[in-house]
Ligand binder design. Structure first.
Ligand code: ZN
Length: 488
């Protein structure tokens, strides 16, 4: 076990008794000796305060911890590490993540014991409190900045920032109004994204609009009605999560609105409504998911449930939709009904004849070539093995390796060599025997046969597995022309 002894002294502590570097050092080393730990290393920050963790030796120690070189960190007292609970908690978290523990030589603070962890939890409560207080101070500062008309957030689509203030960008604002109008009229965010992309309108970050981008942009975006909101979201695992409205910091009428009050509220109501009717089919419900490609743009086509409503009824249809079309409205022909495609594929598989198999085989690289490549690879492997053995012998000659190690290495390498040689022999034999086109045909026919049996029992999970074993790719052109490539 390797122990890191962390020693820190600030400039104003240097003269005080018990704080000097030699004193801390002696204390820690005798602690180690008493516990029988001989493998330790000192990390010393001379003349650094505990206000933050930007200290060279501390950072070096953290790097060693992250790389797994240290199992325990020790200090004379906790305050040598930090005086801020938040830093301490972060430190302990990181230690935990790297199977490292912390001990203080003078306090009951050993994170490898139950008592130590309890103390830690108590400290956590205080840390939370401190975090809250910091957040509150930040909120206050922000609040005043916003009230004075100083912008503290980046501009969103529709606005530019000039001298710290939001100014309407007329061209973008025109699109914002069209977006709102159309959504209120019942169009979906997807249609909106398509409209914007068709007109070459980009997001504020210069990207194409996706249905999600449109939604995120319009949903509860108070800036559009002239208010500034701070503390509305936080990020977790790269996702933006909304805080409860009571935690928001809203300063009203900080800039000119793009949408009037009524339009804004209607828009929100409509978006809210839309969100409740986006049912997602379970992916496994789609027999061919992962296999279908759009013949026009090469994107995958994914199973989707589409809900169309009119006054009388709700109509649900299942489709495979081109991903580029679905996300960015970028491909011109975009979907095929699930039943149409699945039926077609099944029929085609069931109708596989000898000629079809021959055609399918032609689309594959000739097996001779594949075997050729593999043989070349394997021969290379053999050469590498020889090289490794030569290096071992040289290491033995200059005395790095003792005889036992050499024999051990020889045994291991010989074993590997036998395996590789056997593989080469098998490959050469297979190649001289000619290609087993027969075998391939055999394989396909037996799977089709098996599938026919499964079809009768109507077990979709099994069917899915069989299709996967049989079909490499399905390409759809213009929503009705379907091409199948078999895998062998
Ligand atoms: Zn496409």
């Amino acid at each position: 076990m390797k122990v890191a002894l962390y020693i820190r002294v600030s400039t104003d502590e240097q003269a005080r008794e018990g704080f000097s570097i030699p004193e801390q050092h002696e204390r820690l080393v005798s602690f180690c000796t008493a516990h029988g730990w001989s493998d330790y290393e000192c990390f010393i920050d001379d003349g650094y305060s505990a206000k933050d963790t930007e200290r060279p030796a501390f950072q070096q120690m953290m790097t060693d911890i992250r790389e797994g070189r240290i199992q325990t960190v020790m200090t004379t007292k906790i305050d040598r590490l930090t005086r801020r609970l938040i830093d301490l908690l972060t430190f302990i978290d990181e230690l935990d993540a790297h199977q490292c523990s912390y001990k203080s030589a003078s306090e009951t603070f050993d994170t490898s014991t139950a008592v130590g962890r309890m103390v830690l939890q108590l400290l956590g409560v205080f840390a939370e409190f401190e975090r809250e207080r910091i957040a509150e101070r930040v909120r206050e500062t922000m609040y005043h900045a916003v009230q004075r008309g100083k912008v503290v957030t980046a501009p969103c689509f529709g606005y530019d920032v000039q001298d710290g203030r939001y100014l309407i960008n007329e061209e973008e604002a025109r699109w914002v109004r069209i977006m709102a109008e159309r959504i209120i009229a019942g169009q979906g965010t997807w249609t909106i994204a398509k409209m914007l992309n068709d007109h070459g309108v980009l997001t504020k970050r210069g990207r194409e609009w996706t249905l999600k981008a449109v939604r995120v942009y319009l949903w509860k975006n108070e800036r559009l009605r002239g208010h500034t909101v701070w503390n509305q979201h936080y990020r977790k695992n790269r996702k933006q999560i909304e805080r409860p409205a009571r935690e928001w910091l809203v300063v009203r009428n900080t800039h000119e609105p793009i949408l009037d009050q009524e339009t804004y509220e209607n828009l929100q109501a409509r978006l809210e409504q839309n969100q409740h009717l986006a049912p997602r089919a379970k992916r496994s419900g789609y027999l061919l998911s992962g296999l279908v490609r759009c013949g026009h743009c090469g994107s995958s086509m994914n199973g989707m449930k589409a809900v169309t409503r009119n006054k009388e009824q709700t109509y649900v249809s299942m489709k495979y939709v081109c991903a580029a079309y679905q996300k960015k409205a970028q491909c011109f022909y975009h979907f095929i009904h699930t039943t149409v495609l699945e039926e077609h594929v099944l029929q085609e598989i069931l109708a596989i004849s000898e000629t079809d198999i021959a055609v399918a085989l032609e689309t594959l690289p000739p097996p001779e070539n594949r075997q050729h490549d593999e043989l070349a690879q394997t021969k290379k492997q053999l050469a590498t093995l020889e090289g490794r053995f030569q290096r071992q012998i040289r290491a033995f000659e200059i005395g790095i390796l003792d005889e036992n190690d050499l024999l051990e290495a020889k045994k291991r390498l010989t074993q590997e060599k036998h395996e590789v040689l056997a593989k080469i022999q098998a490959l050469e034999k297979a190649m001289s025997a000619g290609i087993s086109e027969e075998e391939v045909r055999e394989k396909i026919t037996s799977r089709v046969f098996h599938m026919k049996a499964v079809l009768e029992t109507n077990d979709r999970e099994q069917l899915k597995t069989i299709i996967r074993g049989l079909v490499h790719q399905i390409t759809v052109f213009e929503g009705n022309r379907i091409e199948l490539i078999f895998s062998v």
